[in-house]
Design a protein around this ligand. Structure first.
Ligand code: FES
Length: 70
């Protein structure tokens, strides 16, 4: 789904950017241009960012626990 209509940025692109190391709205603004025009996408972009960061933390924690158990 398109999150930022002004800059044609999808939720998938935001998640890919997080996978490449971005972790803040400031970084999304700078690198993708999210929320740099009308700003109406900011809250949705924050939700996509936060949800994907949370999912990455859970995977890291599970990986750590599995590594300890081995
Ligand atoms: S929809 Fe993202 S800046 Fe307008």
């Amino acid at each position: 789904m398109i999150v930022c209509v002004c800059n044609n940025i999808s939720d998938r692109e935001i998640r890919q950017a997080v996978d490449l190391g971005l972790s803040t709205m400031a970084e999304l603004r700078q690198d993708l241009g999210v929320a740099t025009c009308c700003g109406k996408c900011a809250s949705c972009a924050k939700q996509v960012l936060a949800a994907h960061l949370d999912s990455k933390v859970q995977v890291t924690e599970l990986s750590f626990r599995n590594a300890q158990a081995a």
